[in-house]
Write a protein that binds this ligand. Sequence first.
Ligand SMILES: [Zn+2]
Length: 217
Amino acid sequence: MKCLICDRTLRELMSWSYILHRSRQPLCEKCASQFQSFKQSFSLSGLDFVTIHYEYNEMMQDVIYSYKGFGHIRLAKLFRPLFTPLKKERRASIVPIPSHVHKVERIGFQPIEHLLRVAEVPYDPLLVKVYDGELSRLSKEERQQVDRIVRVREGVRVRAHCILIDDVITTGTTLQQAAAVLREAGAKRIDAFVLSRPVKRSCYTVDKNIDKSRQTY
Ligand SMILES: [Zn+2]
């Protein structure tokens, strides 16, 4: 068996349970060790509860870019165990954040829907992506000019509880707008389940007992 990421032949499978809920995945120890759990608390106005699994570090960036940018579809297997808790969800709608149809034509699949299919999670594709661009490349002011990112698909039934699924949160603008349009369509509670988020680290820890009068910065 080979490591799903670096293609190295595996002599011994690392217990991926360390990172991913007691399941084993074909990853070498070196690749597995580069996934860092997201440990900060995070909330987003307009959403009830946001779960984030990993730091969006270099490894996650490479994996997501290979998966979504180049269509390396087999990488979806990596995240299958994360979705286990959602497999038995029957009351809430599991709602993937969609990619724009132009992107889907280019790579050949809907990335978040495919993650859910591979994980065998039943989902409701309630949303359609309207904005065909990369929000993360825009400034805050420019993002505010984009008034429609997603819309609710016509003729669908929106349940009271929706769980949005996405790969990366940066500013949260897409999730917030998705939550807003679902609320307009009747949803009462909206959570999000996201693979990763960039972590801001401070360069130093400020000692709270420091003598402020002597502080020079
Ligand atoms: Zn590897």
